[in-house]
Design a protein. Structure first.
Length: 412
């Protein structure tokens, strides 16, 4: 599938209302699994709540933001109801990501029987005499495990998605209420690997032990025996916990290097550095078509400026850059040669690579890649393509600010 850029003389993105919202979930079979793709939070939250309400054994939720709004309260009430029934319900949330959520929101869940853990709180930083390093490292993962049947992962937090910017301001919602994103629901044998990943994060140790671990390992082995039966489709999950040897950095770079025809990247925070940036530029030397879609109005301005600093370099090398208009783009997706899809919580930037705890899936499936390319095509239809003329017209003051932001790229 080829995604054509908007004509050079008609760079203004079309108003979103003139194009179908591309919000409906789409389903596909991948390696013996049912996979559903969500790009808006209302249908995602509805699906999560249905699964939670049907849970018999466990509901394990890990999220960066768990917000106290209508959607967040619906999820919380479903979790509390299951905990009262005796289901193993756990919530692992990030202290900084959920800083706007009152503590009572979580204490009420605990009172109902939900096991709640907070990742790297300010008090923990003080107690360990490392407040800056503790608060800098965040748990950015978004994973939900329900029984042995359903698992969710991707870039969406537990928060309502309201498109109306005026409504967002009037209701004092966070900016993330109007974001576009990508999240997947998976049902099938590899759901057990999501459960394993959650337990590793919950217990903060590399390996899971005990009876639950034995059951999960058995299921993983069974899945590996079957993986070749599904026309070459495959699903692989990766934990990435930061550090100099980062799985997220190695995986992104490896697949950029492997591209032969096409790379499509839809990324909330796009600051390729080191070998990853060199791999992108080398891909163009191999005549790989490279398209990058980023937010036109980011919630983190300094990151947007750091990205803008390399526009000139990318465009001169033949990489097409698009800025998504109307709504913040929060997805973390890369499609390689209409075959592989990389999706999860990890952005293509130093923070996701070397600092945060992240979750990443590598899925080989032309059918899923087609769905993801259609999603990216819609984002591009709502974008403005950045040209060399625009880069040259940037004022000296803007260039200076962009350069300063780029100089801070390792600490953003």
């Amino acid at each position: 599938m080829t995604i054509e850029p908007p004509p050079a003389k008609a760079r203004e993105a079309k108003p979103e209302g003139e194009i179908p919202a591309a919000a409906a979930p789409q389903c596909v079979k991948v390696a013996g699994h049912d996979v559903t793709v969500f790009v808006e939070s209302p249908p995602l939250l509805d699906s999560m709540i249905r699964d939670i309400e049907g849970a018999k054994k466990r509901v394990w939720l890990e999220t960066y933001i768990f917000f106290d709004d209508v959607g967040g309260r619906r999820v919380a009430e479903a979790l509390k109801a299951k905990a009262r029934e005796g289901v193993d319900v756990r919530v692992h949330y990030d202290a900084i990501g959920s800083a706007a959520t009152p503590g009572s929101f979580f204490t009420q869940m605990q009172a109902a029987g939900v096991q709640v853990k907070v990742y790297h709180s300010f008090l923990e930083g003080l107690r360990r005499f490392r407040p800056l390093s503790i608060l800098n490292k965040r748990n950015h993962r978004k994973v939900l495990v329900v029984d042995d049947t359903a698992g969710y992962f991707g870039g969406m937090n537990i928060i309502d998605n309201v498109e109306d910017v005026k409504q967002i301001k009037e209701e004092n919602r966070p900016k993330s209420s109007g974001w576009r994103d990508v999240h997947l629901r998976l049902s099938g044998p590899q759901q057990c690997e999501l459960a394993e990943s959650f337990l590793r994060s919950w217990e903060r140790r590399p390996k899971v032990r005990g009876s639950m671990s034995a059951r999960l390992v058995q299921l993983v082995r069974l899945r590996r025996q079957r993986v070749e039966e599904f026309n070459g489709d495959s699903i692989r999950f990766f934990d990435s916990n930061g550090g100099r040897i980062s799985p997220a950095a190695r995986i992104y770079t490896r697949f950029i290097r492997s591209a032969k025809k096409q790379l499509t990247i839809s990324m909330a925070y796009f600051i390729p550095v080191g070998t990853t940036l060199r791999a992108l530029l080398a891909a163009r030397k191999r005549h790989v078509q490279v398209r990058v879609v980023v937010p036109g109005e980011s919630d983190v301005k300094i990151v947007q400026r750091a990205t803008a600093h390399i526009y000139d370099l990318l465009i001169r090398r033949g990489i097409r850059v698009f800025e998504r208009q109307h709504r913040m783009l929060h997805s973390k997706v890369m499609i390689v040669d209409e075959n592989y899809t990389l999706v999860g919580s990890a952005n293509l930037d130093p923070r996701s690579f070397y600092t945060n705890r992240e979750f990443l899936a590598v899925i080989r499936s032309p059918a899923l890649a087609k769905i993801m390319l259609d999603v990216c095509k819609f984002e591009i239809s709502q974008s403005q393509r950045i040209t060399m003329d625009e880069c040259r017209s940037t004022t000296r003051w803007q260039r200076l600010k962009n350069r300063l932001a780029w100089s801070l790229r390792w600490w953003l």
